[in-house]
Design a binder for this molecule. Structure first.
Ligand SMILES: [Zn+2]
Length: 55
């Protein structure tokens, strides 16, 4: 069981598999913003970079 959603960042369709955090959010309609694996890594990297830039 999985859902197909569109990545908020790169607009590509990707699958949310059961058990993933985003799958739960989609199912419970807690979030409308979803990120594919590539963009998640990129966002995490940017967040870490911004974190260090502030110090
Ligand atoms: Zn993406």
């Amino acid at each position: 069981m999985h859902y197909e959603v569109i990545c908020t960042s790169c607009k590509r369709t990707f699958k949310l598999s059961e058990g993933e955090e985003q799958y739960k959010q989609y199912k419970e309609r807690k979030s409308h913003l979803f990120y594919c694996e590539n963009c998640k890594h990129k966002i995490r990297f940017d967040a870490i970079r911004n974190f260090f830039r502030n110090y």
